[in-house]
Design a protein around this ligand. Structure first.
Ligand SMILES: [Fe+2]
Length: 206
C-alpha cells in the first residue's frame, strides 16, 4: 500500500443507540439488503454466497468475509474494483475497522471510533484510508463521500427507531436468532473477554 490518504477524517455523527447496537450495525452485512437497498447490496444484480467467519482473538473480534468479489449495490459496482476478501475488527473501547482487500493488496480501510455520551447516545468518527483516492481514482472518490453520507444517515435513522422502540418496551434483554453470531461476540469484547472464542461460520446468499 502506498502513502495513505485520510481526507475523510471529518465524518462525525451522533447516534441514538447503545454501543453494542452501533458496532453490530457497522459489522452486520444482512441489514444492508434492507436499510441500504440499492446502495450497498440488494441492487437487483446477481447475489454472492458469502462466507462469514467470526471469533475473538486476543480480545479482538475478527470477522472475515469471503466469496463476494463485488457487492450487488451501486457503491460496489460503481466504485470498487474486484474484492478478494474483507476483514472487519472490533476492539474495546469502541474501535471498528473495515478492511477491503483487492487482488493487489488493501483497497480501502475504514476506521470508526465510537465514544459513549451516555448508555444510549454515542458520538462516532470515521476515517477512510486508501492507497490513492482510497484506491478509487479521483472521479470515483468524488462520489464516495456523498454516498457514504446517505448510508450513515440511513443507519442513524434505523438505530434511533430501534432504540426508541426498545426503550418504549421497557428495555427487554436482547434476543438472538440463528444468524446473530456477531451480537454475542461484540458483548463479550465489551465485557473484557480475554479468552479466545473459536471461529463461527455462516454462509449467506446476499
Ligand atoms: Fe448500515
Amino acid at each position: 500500500m502506498g502513502p495513505p490518504s485520510t481526507g475523510f477524517s471529518d465524518l462525525e455523527s451522533h447516534a441514538h443507540a447503545t454501543l453494542t447496537d452501533a458496532v453490530e450495525n457497522v459489522l452486520d452485512p444482512i441489514h444492508t439488503l434492507f436499510v441500504h437497498s440499492g446502495i450497498i447490496r440488494g441492487g437487483g444484480g446477481p447475489t454472492s454466497k458469502v462466507t462469514l467467519e467470526a471469533g475473538i482473538d486476543a480480545g479482538e473480534l475478527v470477522m472475515r468475509y469471503s466469496g463476494e468479489t463485488q457487492s450487488n449495490g451501486l457503491m460496489s459496482r460503481l466504485l470498487e474494483s474486484q474484492r478478494s476478501h474483507a476483514i472487519s475488527r472490533f476492539r474495546r473501547p469502541g474501535v471498528v475497522s473495515l478492511e477491503y482487500w483487492g487482488k493487489h493488496g488493501l483497497n480501502l480501510v475504514t476506521t470508526l471510533y465510537f465514544t459513549r455520551e451516555d448508555d444510549t447516545h454515542l458520538r462516532g468518527f470515521a476515517v477512510m484510508t486508501g492507497p490513492r483516492q482510497y484506491g478509487l481514482g479521483w472521479i470515483k472518490a468524488l462520489l464516495f463521500v456523498p454516498l457514504m453520507r446517505i448510508v450513515i444517515s440511513q443507519d442513524l435513522r434505523i438505530m434511533a427507531n430501534a432504540t426508541e422502540n426498545w426503550e418504549a418496551a421497557g428495555k427487554p434483554p436482547h434476543a438472538n436468532g440463528p444468524l446473530d453470531i456477531l451480537y454475542p461476540l461484540i458483548s463479550q469484547v465489551l465485557d473484557g473477554q480475554t479468552n479466545n472464542v473459536d471461529v463461527q461460520r455462516v454462509t449467506l446468499d446476499i
